[in-house]
Design a protein around this ligand. Structure first.
Ligand code: ADP
Ligand code: G6P
Length: 483
C-alpha cells in the first residue's frame, strides 16, 4: 500500500491573510481536531479547502500559501467565492446539515445548491486523482463530500476508498425527503468501506440503501454490481494523552504561569468558594441546543432558588457558518436570552451566565475544562460530541460531573455520565441539582470508568480500526463477486 490521502472540506488549519501576511489558525470542529491527531505529514497527505476563496488570494502569495500548507502535510483545493456560497454555505450547511440533524424545517432544497455541490465534489475528486497514485489509500470525510467516492471510483476502479461520516445519518423517513437522495447514496457507494459513529446511523443508512436503491444488503455488506461494500460503526475517540498531559502540566505550572482567563477563574473561586462552575462549549449551532440550555438554566434557578448565587453557567460558543441565516438568528436569540436572564437575575455579587462568543486557544480550553465542576452538554442532535470526552480526559483528580444529552453519539459510550433528554426541563433541573450535590466519591467512581474507556478507545485506535478494516477488505479479496 502507498500513503494515505485524507480528504475533507476543512483542513486542520485555516489560512487568513492580514496585511500581506499569511496566518494559519487551528480549525475548530470534531473532524479537524480529531483527524489532526492521526495525520502524520510523512505518511499521509491531507487535501482540503484552505478557508480562502480564489478572490481572497493574491496571486503573488500563491506559492507561500502552498508552502504554508505543505509544512503541515496539506494541499489545497481552490474554491471561488461563488462555489463556497453554493457548496459550503448552500448545499452542505443549508440542506444536508439541517436535514441530517432532524431540522427538516430548516432544510432548503435548491437546485442551484445541488449543482454547485456536484461540481465542487468533482473538483475534490480531480484533486485526489492528481495528487495520489493507484496504490494510495483514499479516506474521504464527511457530508460535504458524499459524491467524491464514486467520482474517484470511476477513474480508479481498483483503489481502496474509505468514507467516514462525522454527523448522524438520519432515519429513512427523514432522508427520503431529499430530492437527490439516490445520487447521494450512489456517491457514497463508490467506497469500499463506509463508517459511522454509531450502530444506529449505520442501520439508518442500510435501510435507505435497501429501500431507495433496492440493493441486496446482507448483515452489513451491500452488493452492488460486482462489488461488495462494507458498512460499520467506529465511534471516534479523542487524543486522550494530549488532554490528560495538558491538564497535568496546567496543574504543575499553576504557580508559575497563568493565563488571564485562569486568573479570572481563580479570583471567582476565591471570592465565592462555594459557587459551582457549570461549563458548556460548542460551536454556535442550532443542533447544539444552546438556547434551550439557557432556558433550562433559568427554569432550574426558578425551581431551586436556593442555588441563586451558588452556580454560574459559562457558555463558550465558537462562531460558526455565520453567513447562514439560521446561525445569525440563533446568535441574536442567544445574545437576547443571556442579556435578559443576567439582567433579571444578577445581583451585586453574582452574574448567572458568563458568555463568550469566540474561538479560544487550546490553553484556555484546558483552563475551562479543569476549572469547571460540571460540564453540561445538551445537543438536540450530535454525531458524536468530542467536548464531552475532552472534559472527562482533563479531570486528573477524577472529580467533575458530566451531564450529557442522550441525543449525542458519545452518549452511547458514556453511560456513567448523567444522561438527559434536552427537551425535558424538569429532568434537566433535577439533574443539575444532582450534579451539584453529587458526592466526590461517586464522581470519582464514574469518571474512573469513563477515563479508562476513553484512554483505551482513543482517536489513534479509532483511525487504526478504520484503516485496518479497509485494508482487510482489500486483502480479503471480497472486493469482487465472481460472476
Ligand atoms: P463539532 O464537531 O460539531 O463542532 P465536537 O464537540 O465533536 O463538535 O468537536 C468540537 C471540537 O472543537 C472539540 O475538539 C473542541 O476542543 C474544539 N473546540 C470547541 N470550542 C473551541 C474553542 N472555543 N476554541 C478552540 N477549539 C474549540
Ligand atoms: C462538524 C462537521 C465537520 C466540520 C465541523 C466544523 O464537526 O462534522 O465536517 O468541519 O463541524 O464546521 P465547519 O463548517 O466550520 O467546517
Amino acid at each position: 500500500m502507498g500513503k494515505t490521502i485524507i480528504i475533507s472540506n476543512r483542513l486542520p488549519i485555516q489560512l487568513q491573510i492580514s496585511n500581506g501576511n499569511i496566518d494559519a489558525i487551528p480549525s475548530v470542529g470534531g473532524l479537524a481536531t480529531g483527524m489532526k491527531s492521526v495525520h502524520s505529514g510523512n505518511e499521509s497527505l491531507w487535501v482540503g479547502w484552505s478557508g480562502l476563496t480564489q478572490e481572497d488570494t493574491p496571486p503573488e502569495l500563491e506559492k507561500d500559501i502552498d508552502e504554508a500548507l505543505e509544512k503541515n502535510g496539506c494541499a489545497k483545493v481552490n474554491l471561488s467565492a461563488e462555489e463556497v456560497e453554493g457548496f459550503y454555505f448552500g448545499f452542505s450547511n443549508r440542506t444536508i446539515w439541517p436535514l441530517f440533524h432532524y431540522f427538516l424545517e430548516y432544510s432548503e432544497f435548491e437546485l442551484d445548491f445541488w449543482n454547485t455541490y456536484r461540481e465542487v465534489n468533482r473538483k475534490f475528486a480531480d484533486a485526489i486523482i492528481e495528487k495520489s497514485s493507484e496504490d494510495d489509500v483514499i479516506w474521504v470525510h464527511d457530508y460535504q463530500l458524499m459524491l467524491v467516492p464514486q467520482m474517484v471510483r470511476e477513474k480508479r476502479p481498483n483503489t481502496s476508498i474509505g468514507f467516514f461520516l462525522h454527523i448522524p445519518f438520519p432515519s429513512y423517513e427523514i432522508f427520503r425527503t431529499l430530492p437527490w437522495r439516490e445520487e447521494v447514496l450512489q456517491g457514497l457507494l463508490g467506497s469500499d468501506l463506509i463508517g459511522f459513529h454509531t450502530y444506529d446511523y449505520e442501520r439508518h443508512f442500510l435501510s435507505s440503501v435497501r429501500r431507495l436503491l433496492g440493493l441486496e444488503v446482507s448483515f452489513n455488506d451491500i452488493y452492488l454490481d460486482n462489488r461488495v461494500i462494507k458498512v460499520d460503526s467506529f465511534p471516534m475517540g479523542i487524543d486522550y494523552k494530549k488532554f490528560k498531559t495538558a491538564a497535568q502540566d496546567h496543574e504543575q505550572n499553576k504557580n508559575t504561569h497563568k493565563s488571564d482567563l485562569q486568573k479570572r477563574l481563580d479570583s471567582h473561586k476565591a471570592s465565592a468558594p462555594d459557587t459551582k462552575l457549570i461549563l458548556s462549549i460548542d460551536r454556535l449551532d442550532y443542533s447544539k441546543g444552546i438556547a434551550k440550555r439557557i432556558n433550562a438554566f433559568e427554569y432550574f434557578l426558578n425551581k431551586y432558588p436556593e442555588y441563586k448565587e451558588k452556580v454560574r453557567l459559562i457558555i463558550l460558543a465558537v462562531p460558526s457558518r455565520s453567513n447562514v441565516p439560521q446561525y445569525q438568528l440563533l446568535k441574536r436569540e442567544i445574545d437576547e436570552l443571556v442579556g435578559r436572564i443576567n439582567g433579571e437575575l444578577a445581583t451585586v455579587n453574582w452574574t448567572p451566565i458568563w458568555y463568550f462568543y469566540r474561538s479560544l486557544p487550546f490553553e484556555n480550553l484546558i483552563d475551562l475544562y479543569t476549572s469547571s465542576d460540571i460540564a453540561w452538554l445538551t445537543p438536540l442532535r450530535d454525531g458524536m460530541n468530542l467536548v464531552a470526552k475532552e472534559y472527562i480526559a482533563t479531570r486528573t483528580d477524577k472529580t467533575g460531573v458530566l451531564i450529557l444529552s442522550e441525543m449525542a453519539g458519545s452518549a452511547y459510550e458514556m453511560n456513567e455520565a448523567l444522561l438527559i433528554n434536552p427537551n425535558n426541563f424538569e429532568e434537566q433541573a433535577d439533574t443539575l441539582k444532582r450534579a451539584i450535590t453529587m458526592p466526590e466519591e461517586e464522581q470519582k467512581s464514574r469518571n474512573t470508568f469513563l477515563q479508562n474507556r476513553l484512554e483505551r478507545y482513543n482517536v489513534e485506535v479509532w483511525a487504526n480500526e478504520f484503516m485496518n478494516a479497509l485494508k482487510q477488505k482489500k486483502e480479503g479479496g471480497d472486493d469482487f463477486i465472481s460472476q
